[in-house]
Design a protein around this ligand. Structure first.
Ligand code: 6LW
Length: 499
């Protein structure tokens, strides 16, 4: 047997889309208000994934100034056709649906080709006759949610037909995340339905025509955990899928799900998972033989794969590792990679605001995790430190600031209209501190000190109030990161994560 670990890409990496080119697999995720946008992953075995960068890595591709919490980039689709890669997605905060393309997957992508079509979750399908179609969410003549399709020119983005209703799905709310495939003379249309919460599911229909009508798979939903409880399943809200064949012709399905850490509360976002799939004798897909999706999957083959969890970043390169992301378009002058760390310069923007504060973070990829950094606070009366950030209204910040004889640490907890600041912990005769976050399924503990083996607890914050379910809208997840605000310059020597 071959065993592997789900999620294959843990942490806030939702809405996966995948394509295979020869022996290489490429996968993208949505990224919302975080920059760069659309993380791009590569694998050659489906279980070890390396983030090679981002598809949208310059402001002309990804203007985020107007992106609020969970705004910006929604679900993407990646496809390969005739030697060119395409990624189509939606910037819900600026410009709507667009695609970019590249002939070099390791190089830069084009500027956006914007499309005159509303809705979200766009996908592209090339038919055998060379016609190219857009699918995405749409509204029918009675303003009901459905999936719409139109033909367009992939060279120019020009519309070649009106948008027609393709399918309403099986009756679940929010039919979305469509992808079209052609197989054995059928057009298969894969959907997400039920909403991206606990009712989420994957459904599929097929037709002899690219324009439908679509008949529903008799065993829809082909993938869901909506009827499972915490007692019977660890993963929930499974949905938003894409299907493909591996190098041996076997079928697989990628999708996202959540790992609730406390009751039905999840805080580290919707995470990318994978499962085997096969087609039954009637030409309908069966996912994982109808079995539960679990954290250690067993499939035909040889080998055992686990996700890498521990890493150490000394910021020694002249660019940040792809795991790092900013909140909206960053102010470049606020960040200096100095060769022996990264220096952050505070501005008037704060983690409570709608701008781009001096912040750079990594998606929290495990519930039980430890983060550590070393900070030296220079000049000024501002604050700098380490933070757990979910939204501008949900973040815990370990603040370090200079004092007359050294520096001090405080924990600031911002939860909606509440702000709690802990007592000062004073450190004389030093401007450098080791800062640590110890996370588990109940709380984040924040520690500081000059001796890594003898740190002082500054305060703690519950994960409960950082959960998506405690927010009006969150398609994202918790980050751990470093920040500076106000009149301050702070140098960070390293940042590490350990499960
Ligand atoms: C995405 C939609 C969804 O556009 O949530 O889970 C939306 N599915 O398809 C944001 O991720």
């Amino acid at each position: 047997m071959l065993t592997y670990e789900n999620p294959i890409i843990p942490g806030f990496y939702p809405d996966p889309s995948i394509c295979r080119v020869g022996e290489d697999y490429y996968l993208v995720n949505s990224s919302f208000e975080f920059y760069p946008g659309v993380p791009l992953w590569h694998s050659r075995d489906l279980f070890n994934w390396k983030q090679t960068g981002y598809v949208l890595n310059r402001k002309s591709q990804l203007p985020l100034e107007h992106s609020g919490t969970s705004g910006g980039i929604y679900a993407p689709t990646i496809r390969y056709h005739n030697g060119r890669f395409y990624m189509i997605t939606t910037n819900v905060s600026d410009g709507g649906n667009f695609f970019v393309w590249t002939d070099d997957i390791n190089g830069d992508w084009s500027d956006p080709v914007y499309l005159d079509q509303g809705g979200i979750d766009p996908s592209i399908f090339w038919d055998d006759d060379g016609r190219v179609y857009y699918q995405g969410t749409h509204r029918d003549e009675l303003d009901r949610n459905c999936i719409g399709q139109y033909e367009f020119d992939i060279e120019t983005g020009k519309r070649l037909s009106e948008t027609k209703v393709l399918w309403h799905g099986t009756g679940g709310k929010c039919p979305e995340g469509p992808h079209m495939y052609k197989l054995n003379g059928y057009y298969y249309l894969l959907l997400a339905e039920g909403g991206t919460e606990y009712g989420h599911m994957v459904t599929i229909g097929r037709s002899k025509s690219v324009w439908g009508p679509f008949e529903s798979c008799p065993h829809n939903p082909i993938l869901t955990h909506r009827n499972h409880s915490k007692r019977t399943a660890n993963f929930h809200a499974l949905g938003h899928a894409d299907i493909f064949t591996d190098t041996s012709g076997k079928w697989w399905i990628v999708f996202h799900g959540i790992r609730p850490a406390l009751g039905q509360l999840h805080h580290i976002g919707r995470e990318t998972m994978i499962a085997p799939m096969h087609w039954d004798e009637n030409g309908w897909p069966v996912v994982n033989d109808g079995k539960l999706i679990v954290d250690r999957m067993s499939v035909d083959g040889e080998g055992s794969y686990s996700v890498k969890k521990n890493w150490y970043d000394d910021f020694s390169g002249n660019t940040l590792a792809p795991r790092w992301a900013f909140l909206r378009n960053p102010v470049e002058a606020s960040y200096d990679l100095t060769g022996d760390g990264i220096t952050l310069h505070g501005t008037e923007e704060t983690l409570d605001g709608d701008g781009s504060p001096t912040f750079v973070g990594v998606r929290q990829q495990q519930v039980n995790y430890e983060y550590e950094t070393k900070i030296s606070v220079k000049d000024g009366d501002g604050f700098a430190g380490i933070t757990v950030f979910h939204t501008k209204e949900h973040h815990y910040d370990l603040l370090v600031s200079k004092t007359k004889n050294g520096c001090k640490a405080q924990l600031r907890r911002r939860i909606v209209d509440m702000e709690m600041i802990s007592d000062d912990v004073i450190f004389d005769n030093t401007d450098s501190l080791i800062l640590k976050i110890v996370a588990d399924n109940k709380k984040y503990v924040f520690l500081a000190g000059t001796d890594a083996d003898n740190l002082t607890e500054v305060g703690s914050g519950c994960i409960q109030l950082m959960a998506t379910e405690c927010m009006p809208c969150s398609f994202t997840g918790c980050f751990a990161g470093i920040f500076a605000q106000g009149n301050v310059t702070a140098a960070f020597r390293y940042f590490s994560a350990k499960a």
